[in-house]
Design a binder for this molecule. Structure first.
Ligand SMILES: *Cc1c(COP(=O)(O)O)cnc(C)c1O
Length: 219
């Protein structure tokens, strides 16, 4: 399955984040030996344990909601935080990145789904954040793009339209705040059930879990 997905993704230059949440380190190591280096986790404690147990050149992406008081645990090693949804969180990431002598790559998470429960900002909130003097004073975070989750539904037209919304948000922010900044280039969208659609709509990074690892376990 991994090989097939990778073949399709490489044709469109899309990066795979293998979402390993709930799966034990041994399963991750199997994929590592098959060449996969980028893994996504949604809980800090779980990522920390796996980071400790597994090869150091794995690139860990945090994709789940992050509480400010937990940033310090992952700041020494996390490759990308995809779930940034407030200035307060970004300020804490910046502070902890500075302590570790690092610049941490982040994505802004947007709420594009119909469901109430999914985290994320809207364009107006993100614009206010990026225009604020507080944000401009941060030197140890780098905003590399946007992330979003579509509604979990069979209605493909709705999913497509949500992906289009995220892409439009990306283009809007690029023009307003990141023109001439090549690092602002990621549109992280697409999961097991909708990744092909996401790629059609301009995704640069898909986050696939169950399609690769099977059903979630109780880690
Ligand atoms: C779990 C998760 C995924 C992967 O979901 P699958 O349907 O298992 O592919 C992707 N993105 C986020 C934010 C997740 O929490």
């Amino acid at each position: 399955m991994l090989t097939e997905i990778l073949r399709e993704l490489s044709a469109s230059n899309v990066v795979l984040v293998a979402v390993s949440k709930t799966h034990p380190p041994g399963r991750i190591l199997d994929l590592y030996h098959a060449g996969q280096r980028i893994f996504g986790e949604n809980r800090v404690q779980e990522m920390l344990e796996k980071h400790t147990a597994l090869p150091a050149d794995i690139e860990w992406h945090l994709i789940g909601h992050l509480q400010t008081n937990k940033v310090k645990y992952i700041a020494p090693f996390v490759r990308m935080i995809q779930s940034v949804d407030s200035l307060k969180l970004l300020e804490e990431i910046d502070k902890q990145a500075l302590k570790n002598g690092r610049i941490i790559d982040c994505l802004l998470q947007f709420h594009i789904a119909g469901e109430e429960t999914k985290f994320g900002m809207d364009l107006q909130e993100a614009t206010a954040l990026l225009a604020s003097p507080e944000f401009r004073s941060l030197n140890n975070v780098r905003i590399c793009g946007v992330m979003g989750m579509a509604t979990f539904t069979e209605d493909l037209a709705q999913v497509r339209s949500e992906f289009r919304t995220l892409r439009a948000i990306f283009e809007n922010l690029k023009q307003a705040f990141f023109s001439g900044k090549p690092y602002f280039r990621e549109i992280s969208m697409g999961m097991s059930g909708d990744w092909r659609l996401a790629v059609e709509e301009g995704s640069t990074m898909v986050r696939i879990g169950s399609l690769i690892f099977g059903d979630r376990q109780s880690y």
